[in-house]
Design a protein around this ligand. Structure first.
Ligand code: NAI
Ligand code: MG
Length: 348
């Protein structure tokens, strides 16, 4: 059966276009011959904003919606005021396309560098809520710029929003060999949101008797990420805690050049968006030093989301093989992309 994938591509700024080119190279190499890839590129990000003042016009949002998935490189440069692109483009996409699951897997490959002693066995996935918490823009400031300035940033937590992401996390835990799910929050201090999360976590858990559950305060979780990361299998947490924890997760599993993510709308009503966790890295843009592996692993998440599990497995196996063969001699972004594309084609 032949099929086609309509993929929207947002290369973005800095190293974004460099790593996205490698992601597309590997994607093209791994797809079966009866699967056609139709890509449409979108000029969004800092460059567009500098040129026209636009972040994400409605026409583009509408056009993006017509795709099966989105591949994004990175957005941002030091010349854009903080918040403009984060709120006007990245968060706008997540909210408009209801990306309520922000999926961030972490695995320590046998040869990847880790600052942790003793090479712990790390293989967990963080399911971060993507549409609520303190990221909704519910806040404001009064007497701005005066010594009496007041600022609020309200954390929004709805039973609907929490239940759907908690359910998704239970499903993912149920499907993994260890079947363990940890809720991370701070319910000893953030009692209102914390109780909502904990009650829903416990209630939904009764429908998943095979899944072992655990609860950690976010501060304790940061300790265990460093001292005992092997205790984690699937973690479910709110938007802000998940943002911070996953940077730590990247740091202990080989760095930001390997960390992949998916902004997922599990219902399929809107296209899901896949992107490396890292940003546009203006300090190395144009030097060929960017590691495209995080983007290639995001392509694996994209393939899995579209039901192409065999192809996703092949991309992940290629990355594992490439990491195992690294001997510390420097390679360019392009060379790593070529190596990974060759590995996935060979496996066919
Ligand atoms: P960054 O992730 O761009 O860079 C942090 C450090 O990691 C830099 O030293 C960079 O050279 C290095 N690095 C990042 N990706 C790498 C890769 N693939 N290979 C090798 N080294 C890599 O974060 P930073 O510097 O805080 O932000 C730079 C810009 O990116 C800002 O404008 C920021 O707003 C934006 N940003 C965008 C994100 C997105 O598009 N989703 C996420 C994070 C930041
Ligand atoms: Mg972050």
């Amino acid at each position: 059966m032949s099929r086609s994938i309509r993929l929207a591509v947002i290369p973005g700024d800095g190293i974004g276009p460099e790593v996205v080119a490698q992601g597309l190279k590997v994607l093209t190499a791994v797809l079966p011959s009866d699967t056609k890839l139709e890509t449409q590129e979108y000029d969004l990000g800092a460059r567009r904003w500098h040129a026209t003042g636009e972040t994400l016009p409605d026409a583009e949002l509408e056009s993006l919606k017509q795709h099966d998935a989105i591949l994004l490189g990175a957005i941002g440069d030091p010349g854009v005021p903080s918040g403009v692109l984060e709120r006007g483009l990245l968060l706008k996409l997540r909210f408009a396309f209801d990306h309520y699951v922000n999926l961030r897997p972490s695995r320590l490959h046998p040869t990847a560098e880790t600052p942790l002693a003793g090479r712990p066995d790390i293989d967990f996935v963080v399911v971060r809520e993507g549409t609520e918490g303190p990221y909704t823009g519910n806040g404001g400031s009064l007497r701005t710029g005066t010594p009496a300035e007041v600022a609020t940033e309200v954390s929004v937590n709805t039973a609907y929003g929490v239940e759907r992401v908690v359910r998704d996390a239970y499903e993912r835990a149920q499907a993994r060999p260890r079947k363990k799910l940890t809720l991370v929050h701070k319910n000893n201090v953030l009692v209102h949101a914390g109780h909502l999360w904990k009650n829903i976590f416990d209630r939904v858990g009764r429908e998943y008797p095979e899944v072992t559950t655990d609860y950690l305060h976010v501060d304790a979780a940061t300790i265990f990420f460093v001292t005992q990361p092997e205790r984690f299998d699937v973690i479910v947490t709110d938007n802000l805690f998940g943002d911070i924890l996953t940077d730590l997760a990247a740091a202990i599993t080989g760095g930001i050049g390997l960390a992949a993510s998916g902004n997922i709308n599990p219902s399929g009503a809107f296209p899901s968006m896949f992107e490396p966790v890292h940003g546009s890295a203006p300090d190395i843009a144009g030097t060929g030093k960017a590691d495209p592996t995080a983007t290639v692993l995001s392509v694996a998440l994209l393939l899995r989301h579209l039901g192409l599990d065999t192809e996703a497995d092949r991309v992940e196996a290629a990355v594992a093989e490439d990491l195992a063969a690294r001997d510390g001699s420097p390679r360019t972004t392009d060379q790593i992309g070529d190596a990974l594309a060759a590995l996935v084609s060979r496996a066919a």
